[in-house]
Ligand binder design. Structure first.
Ligand SMILES: Nc1nc2c(ncn2[C@@H]2O[C@H](COP(=O)(O)OP(=O)(O)O)[C@@H](O)[C@H]2O)c(=O)[nH]1
Ligand SMILES: [Mg+2]
Ligand SMILES: [Zn+2]
Length: 288
């Protein structure tokens, strides 16, 4: 049978096969250490036990939190606390670095829709944007449609409503998970990660994405422009093929020209340049 590892307990694994869960041990030649939550595995029954026979090739593997085959990062923002768009940009970049699709969820629509216009104008040409309220449950069905059939994780600043959304999606199941996490924490120092699921929705419960340090980004500074999909549509019109859209002049750089013309958002561009310079400084410190 084929399944997905949803939880690791010591050297045993919970493996979801459709809507059943099997507790499995790795087969003799496999090491428990080499199997991650999110892994797609082949399992079979040996005597009265289930064993993991094989781990499929991974699409990606995150180390902190340890999680395999993440497909979507649901970046939650809200009118309160005020969005830190630098964190949002970093999360989008992080997602693209690992070939994960970022989705922006604007929560707390019951309080205000004041940030919607900016977010839609700046991001919706390349990222899907969903408006919800965890409180009134408005938009929850649309969010469920986005989550269907893919392994997702919630990310974003503290207090934007990530836990409230997970609770709205999973109800008591999520609360049980929170509880087991607290119980485990005392004796187990490795960061816990577990996949909640309900029908076709799978969400990795992880606290790992809240504060993303630039040093965690697995790229060199000169690769940064490649990950800006909104800039890539113009890069063929820059004078130099290696244009990074920072040091070049407005006459040479189509991205800069589009910022000047107001087609591309100035503030996102400034955040881009800040990120570029930070990555460059780091690169020069370690390679210079
Ligand atoms: N008005 C309103 N409050 C919300 C909504 N979602 C979450 N909250 C509140 O925002 C606070 C932070 O929510 P929480 O889920 O703990 O945020 P997290 O830190 O991202 O997990 C709590 O007081 C929630 O009750 C919402 O859609 N509307
Ligand atoms: Mg929370
Ligand atoms: Zn350019």
């Amino acid at each position: 049978m084929k399944g997905i590892v949803t939880k690791k307990i010591a050297d045993s694994f919970c493996v979801k096969v459709s809507n059943d869960t099997f507790i499995c041990k790795p087969r003799g030649n496999l090491k428990a250490k080499g199997i991650y939550v999110g892994d797609h595995v082949e399992i079979s029954k040996v005597d009265d036990l289930y064993v993991v026979d094989k781990v499929d090739q991974r699409h990606n593997l995150l180390i902190r939190p340890p999680l395999a085959n993440l497909e979507q990062i649901i970046i939650v923002i809200s009118p309160v606390p005020k969005p830190d768009f630098y964190i949002l940009d970093k999360l989008i970049l992080f997602a693209y670095c690992y070939d994960i699709e970022p989705i922006i969820v604007i929560n707390k629509q019951d309080i205000s829709d004041e940030i919607n216009e900016y977010v839609i104008k700046t991001y919706s040409t390349f990222v899907k944007v969903v408006n919800v309220s965890a409180k009134t449950k408005n938009g929850l069905e649309q969010l469920k449609t986005v989550l269907k059939g893919k392994l997702s994780a919630f990310a974003g600043q503290s207090a934007v409503g990530k836990s409230a959304l997970v609770n709205a999606l999973f109800g008591d199941k999520a609360k049980e998970g929170e509880l087991s996490k607290k119980v485990n924490r005392g004796k187990n120092t490795t960061r816990h990660c577990e996949i909640f699921y309900d029908d076709d929705i799978m969400v990795a419960d992880t606290a790992g994405f809240t504060s993303l340090d630039e040093t965690l980004l697995p790229i060199a500074y000169y690769e940064l422009p490649y990950y800006y999909r909104d800039y890539n549509v113009y890069k063929d019109k820059c004078k130099y093929t290696s244009c990074v859209h920072v040091a070049e002049s407005v006459n040479e750089c189509k991205v800069k020209e589009m910022v000047k013309a107001g087609v591309l958002d100035r503030a996102r561009y400034d955040r881009y340049a800040k990120m570029y310079n930070l990555l460059k400084d780091k690169w020069e410190r370690t390679h210079g």
